[in-house]
Design a binder for this molecule. Structure first.
Ligand code: ADP
Ligand code: MG
Length: 354
């Protein structure tokens, strides 16, 4: 049965005085596909290895369900790990690779055959059972690694950047596959990545990590739409930051003064004081026609842009000289220096806590 995972006060430094993880608190529900997201070097693999039992924390406890497993060796935790480099045995067949953990657990031969065959079928690799690992593509090897991990019915599945060695198209395909497998088997999975697209598209919830500290935990939509600070906002997508002064609520709108002029947003908890507001580049659009009445008109001048096929990345300069990034659906017939009125829906201005 899939277990819940509780991380309580876990900290780690490899060298005295240089903490890699500051005391962390995290609860992952049974059956959840949970992401640890953050830049390279922020401590993601360290935390995953502590959960796996491959590394000892300096302080804190790890619970699977309500049982403290901090002192247990890896093989007693019933956690299975999938690595970026697959870590398969090149001299064994695909089938024997998948059977490896079951043999190590001294399961009867009949059970080994059944479970390995079932896991291979789950990752759609049954036809490759007798093949040698080096004759497989990277994507196929990653499927075998996944089958090996799932075959032992782990209580917790741990994945460390499992798709980073695959090309873009295969990565998209494997994202869907991993999500499907985790759902079908109701696995508790903890997935480490630096790729926000993976985390946003696959995760039930995400913990965003930076410098050994959890900056924010929430659903993909919460993290994207309501990041708590500049780091979280910028790590999850494109950003335009504005320093604003809140002027209270009038006519159902939170009013604010900004370097771009007066703006309004949907009222939240804060109504007074100064803070940083976030507008995502795709939330800004170019307003056409003088007669259109719109909230949040921003007068600008077009600077330059890059055509990227399905979208374009454009840059505009506001009256105060600040630059605004805009993602638009098409490459407009824009000429540098041309006057353009931009607009943003009050729904799409969010306030950061810092
Ligand atoms: P991530 O997986 O997020 O890229 P890691 O957990 O691998 O980050 O590493 C976090 C920090 O700990 C990095 O600064 C890294 O250099 C350091 N580190 C990782 N493993 C060791 C180790 N075995 N000995 C010393 N320092 C390490
Ligand atoms: Mg890592």
């Amino acid at each position: 049965m899939a277990a819940s995972v509780t991380i309580s006060g876990i900290s780690k430094s490899y060298k005295k005085g240089t903490p890699v993880l500051l005391p962390l608190e995290l609860h992952i529900a049974a059956g959840e596909l949970f992401f640890l997201l953050g830049p390279s070097g922020c401590g993601k693999s360290t935390l995953l290895r502590i959960i796996a039992g491959l590394l000892e924390p300096n302080e804190g406890k790890i619970l699977f369900d309500d049982i403290d497993i901090t002192g247990l060796p890896p093989e007693k935790r019933q956690a299975a790990m999938v690595f970026q480099n697959y870590a398969l045995w090149p001299h064994l067949s695909v089938f024997e690779n998948v059977a490896f953990g079951l043999r190590a657990a001294r399961q009867p031969e009949k059970v080994i055959r059944e479970k390995a065959a079932d896991a291979l079928s789950l990752v759609r690799m049954s036809d490759f059972a007798e093949r040698r690992v080096p004759s497989l593509s990277g994507g196929q090897q990653q499927r075998v690694a996944l089958a090996r991990a799932v075959a032992v019915s782990p209580r917790v599945l741990l994945l460390d950047e499992p798709l980073s060695n695959l090309d873009a198209k295969l990565r998209d395909e494997m994202r869907l596959e991993i999500t499907r497998i985790c759902r079908e088997r109701s696995l508790t999975a903890i997935y480490v990545t630096h790729d926000r697209r993976e985390a946003l598209s696959m995760g039930d919830r995400i913990a965003l990590l930076d410098k050994g500290i959890i900056q924010q935990t929430g659903s993909p939509v919460e993290l994207y739409r309501c990041p708590v600070n500049r780091f979280a906002a910028a790590f999850l997508g494109g950003v335009n930051f504005l320093r604003v002064r809140l002027k209270g609520v009038a006519d159902g709108r939170l009013r604010m003064e900004s370097p771009l002029g007066n703006l309004c947003a949907v009222p939240g908890k804060r109504t007074e004081g100064e803070c940083t507001a976030l507008i995502r580049p795709e939330a800004l659009s170019i307003l056409r026609g003088d007669s259109v009445r719109a909230e949040n008109r921003i007068e600008t001048e077009y600077v330059n842009g890059t055509f990227l096929g399905e979208r374009s990345e454009l840059r505009f300069k506001a009256a105060d000289g600040s630059l605004l990034d805009v993602t638009a659906g098409t490459f407009e017939e824009l000429v540098p220096g041309m006057h353009s009125t931009l607009t943003v829906s009050p729904n799409d201005i969010s306030l950061l806590k810092d």
